[in-house]
Design a protein around this ligand. Structure first.
Ligand code: XMP
Length: 520
């Protein structure tokens, strides 16, 4: 039985809101296990898990009056389990329970003030002086209160902003308690899961560690497992967790594509082979990758060539290890969630992502995916719990195709050398200035243009180095980070003064969308 099936949980029904994952992360941060399920996929379900102790209905782009019958399992509202509806969830509860929802004359987007009208368990400690600032995003509003409900709070454009049916433990809120702009929003979620659903904490990194280790042992038995190690956070956590669980029955394969960050191969070998004594096959395929990528400038072709080569190498070495039955992958929970946000599905079509985890099905190995019910921040906490150091855990994401997609145009040894150095100066400066952990991802790229410069009275004609640093929640949307002038000047000077081949440094000030995080 899966660990997750044994835990009491909150079920989050997703109606397509861009914040659904945020609800789940906030609930898990509070120490309670929860799962997200699409509203469509449960429409016809007859039985629900006995471990569901509370239900959250998310927001979403639908409206209850035009979409005559929104696909949803209406029996969920008859189970006598506490229900919290957020935004669209609030409207669907209101409609189903006999109230009315209409398109609003005035839309409310952004910050709004709510006023307390009546005390409720849900809003204990939420208001100060009967007021609070919250984040709204709605064009519809509840106009008639359903039977047996009370109004707990109102806002200027939403007279029934928080409602409750005390007897049924059913609540609706028009604003979003899960977003950080809602002041003390987490208190609402905390009141709901602890005082109303009466759950006790069951989800911490150390619980996960113990249970995942024993689960992996049960699944694997006496068989052998292989794992593609990239040095990134997810595959590192999978490798260490498996090594803790099954020791020498695990073999990791690490491919040096020649397109890694400076010193990356040394760090992986030192950590996993020397320090943790994990079976590690190191494949130096630098020349192979570079020869296959020669004169290739199309971004998609680069990605395909790298992905295919990687698979070939992995298959070759996997075959050499006899009696392998399992392949370990660092699949995360967001990869599994059925109804991804709009931005999520758009992103995946824009570039063909290559991840070392995405190995071919024809290998006929069974999968071990111990992280598949975890979010990235949970994986980081688990990593620390199982003994990985902070340096590995807090590393910025690095794409599977590596530096190849950070140098638009042809790839050459000279460009790779310049790029590794420039990136290293940038990242080192971020660390020295305590900025690294404030930034979600940062890197240097090399643009395929040369420009004129003057150095020591001489004309130069060299490459342009582009720096990118972004803040983000999950990589789906991003904003550029604002550095101060002294920092930027110092990084620019270090790059120009120390690296031959670059005479200009520029900073990327676009957000995502419209740009993407990587250049290709
Ligand atoms: P984009 O450029 O699509 O990147 O905005 C979003 C995030 O995904 C990473 N990325 C990749 N990761 N294989 C990966 O494992 C890939 O092919 C790939 N392409 C982009 C990127 O670094 C950013 O964190």
């Amino acid at each position: 039985m899966r660990l997750e099936d044994t835990l009491n949980k909150i079920l989050i029904v997703d109606f397509g809101s861009q914040f659904t994952q945020l609800i789940a992360r906030k609930i898990r941060e509070l120490g309670i296990y929860c799962e997200i399920i699409s509203h469509k996929s449960i429409e016809k379900r007859k039985n629900f898990d006995k471990n569901i102790k509370g239900i959250v209905l998310s927001g979403g782009p639908l409206n209850v009056y035009e979409n005559k019958k929104v696909k949803f399992n209406y029996n969920l509202l008859k189970l006598e389990i506490p229900v919290l509806g957020i935004c669209f969830g609030h409207q669907i509860i209101s409609k189903v329970m006999g109230g009315k929802v209409k398109s609003s004359k005035f839309r409310e987007f952004g910050l709004a003030e709510v006023k307390e009208i009546k005390k409720s368990k849900l809003t204990k400690n939420f208001f100060s002086n009967k007021k609070n600032n919250v984040w709204m995003s709605h064009a519809d509003q509840v106009t008639k209160l359903p039977k047996n409900f009370n109004v707990i709070a109102k806002s200027k454009n939403s007279k029934m902003c928080i409602i409750e049916n005390k007897k049924k433990n059913m609540f609706g809120i028009q604003f979003h308690p899960e977003v950080s702009h809602t002041n003390k929003g987490k208190i609402i979620l905390r009141n709901f899961i602890f005082s109303i659903c009466k759950l006790t904490k069951n989800w911490s990194a150390s619980d996960q560690k113990k249970k995942l280790v024993s689960e992996v042992r049960d699944i694997v038995g006496n068989s052998k497992v292989i794992c593609a190690l990239s040095g990134g956070v997810d595959s590192s956590v999978v490798a260490k967790l498996l090594s803790n669980a099954i020791g020498k029955k695990l073999t990791c394969i690490f491919v040096n594509t020649g397109l890694l960050r400076k010193g990356e191969e040394k760090q992986v070998i030192n950590t996993f082979k020397k320090r943790f004594k994990i079976n590690l096959i190191y494949v130096n395929a630098e020349n192979l990758f570079l020869s296959k990528l020669k004169n290739i400038s199309d971004p998609e072709r680069k990605r395909k060539i790298i992905g295919n080569l990687f698979i070939k190498i992995f298959e070759k070495y996997a075959k050499k290890i006899k009696k392998v039955k399992f392949l370990a992958q660092g699949t995360l929970y967001p990869d599994l969630i059925e109804s991804k946000s709009v931005t999520g599905s758009q992103t995946s079509k824009i570039k063909s992502h290559h991840n070392v985890g995405g190995l071919p099905k024809k290998m006929k190995l069974k999968l071990v995916e111990p992280l598949k019910y975890l979010f990235k921040d949970e994986v980081r906490k688990l990593g620390l719990e199982i003994g990985l150091n902070k340096e590995i855990i807090s590393r910025h994401p690095f794409p599977g195709p590596g530096l190849a997609i950070r140098m638009p145009g042809n790839i050459s040894k000279e460009k790779i050398k310049i790029l590794k150095e420039a990136d290293n100066y940038f990242i080192k400066s971020l660390k020295d200035n305590n900025l690294y952990d404030k930034i979600w991802q940062a890197y240097a790229a090399l643009l395929p243009v040369k420009t004129v410069g003057v150095m020591g009275d001489n004309r130069t004609y060299e490459y342009v180095c582009l720096l990118r640093a972004i803040t983000s929640e999950d990589g789906m949307t991003a904003d550029f980070f604002q550095f101060n002038k002294t920092f930027m000047q110092s990084v620019s000077n270090q790059i120009i003064n120390n690296i031959r081949g670059v005479n200009r440094v520029v900073y990327d000030i676009t957000s995502k969308p419209p740009s993407t995080i990587e250049l290709e």
